[in-house]
Ligand binder design. Structure first.
Ligand SMILES: NC(=O)c1ccc[n+]([C@@H]2O[C@H](COP(=O)([O-])OP(=O)(O)OC[C@H]3O[C@@H](n4cnc5c(N)ncnc54)[C@H](OP(=O)(O)O)[C@@H]3O)[C@@H](O)[C@H]2O)c1
Length: 254
């Protein structure tokens, strides 16, 4: 129980990495606020977790939602020990086809959403707490048609460094966690793949992953637990890559 007594917030927790991470945080003893735009999946996640979670509808791009969430956390628990700023996503678009709407949408959730999640929580974040931002290995990879998404993730990776300095006086640590290939709901919803296409992609990519498999939401959850816990108390301003070694020794075939 590495997080016994801690209060955590996971944005975008109704599906995918957020859901798996919220479960792992609760298993380690944290009470977890699970948030997103749709209450139904969040309530299911909270029910699965049991008494250690609370579902709240909150859109990270809506400042009023995030301010109300901070006030709720203050009233119910007095403060917050960990934020996992996870809500986000994006789909491939060629450079020629990116519209201003695509730009606003992807930067709106992935960058503006992260900034204003953290800003809204600052009054309730306890000194010595831990902020973890979900970045992505794509920020460094130069993947075809992923320039817009990758740029959003490069931007939030930069936040981890600037905010480490900005929040130093409060001993608040700020790190990124950079997932590799984690087949989640997003592969069919955001990326528009069929189940068969997801499996074909997994089969293609698996030989390129030194760990011998693609990742799971819980793999990311374990890294978040580490960055949220005292075990990482001397680590801040980094981006922790959790990709089974794929980018460290990428063979470039997938
Ligand atoms: N899966 C991967 O391989 C991978 C790799 C690297 C990085 N990532 C990052 O991991 C994070 C989670 O992705 P995922 O793969 O788990 O996808 P996912 O299952 O689609 O999860 C994204 C979550 O974000 C929520 N969300 C979207 N817009 C929101 C908003 N404006 N306010 C609040 N919540 C919002 C969605 O719920 P609602 O629609 O109900 O709001 C959804 O639950 C993203 O930041 C993604 O970029 C994923």
């Amino acid at each position: 129980m590495q997080l016994e007594g801690k209060i955590a917030l996971v944005t975008g927790a109704g599906t995918g990495i957020g859901r798996g991470t919220a479960r792992r945080l609760a298993e380690e003893g944290a009470f977890v606020y699970v948030t997103g735009r749709n209450l139904e999946p969040l309530e299911k996640v909270a029910a699965d977790i049991g008494g250690r979670a609370r579902a709240v509808r909150a859109d990270v791009t809506n400042k009023a939602d995030m301010d109300q969430l901070a006030e709720l956390i203050r009233q119910e628990h007095g403060g917050l020990d960990t934020i996992f700023a996870n809500a986000g996503g994006g789909h491939p678009i060629s450079l020629e086809q990116i519209t201003t709407e695509d730009f606003d949408r992807q930067f709106g959730v992935n960058v503006k959403g992260v900034l204003f999640t953290v800003q809204a929580m600052l009054p309730v974040l306890r000194d010595g707490s831990s902020i973890i931002i979900n970045t992505s290995i794509t920020a460094d990879m130069g993947l075809k048609d992923f320039s817009l998404y990758a740029a959003t993730k490069a931007a939030v990776r930069s936040f981890t460094k600037s905010w480490t300095t900005d929040l130093k006086h409060r001993r608040i640590r700020v790190n990124g966690v950079s997932p590799g290939v984690i087949p989640t709901d997003a592969y069919t919803t955001e990326l528009g793949m069929t189940e068969t296409q997801v499996q074909e992609y997994v089969d293609l990519v698996t030989p390129e992953v030194p760990a011998g498999r693609v990742g799971t939401a819980e793999d990311i959850g374990d890294a978040v637990i580490f960055l949220a816990s005292d075990a990482s108390s001397y680590i801040t301003g980094i981006d922790l890559v959790v990709d089974g070694g794929m980018t460290a020794v990428y063979a470039g075939k997938a």
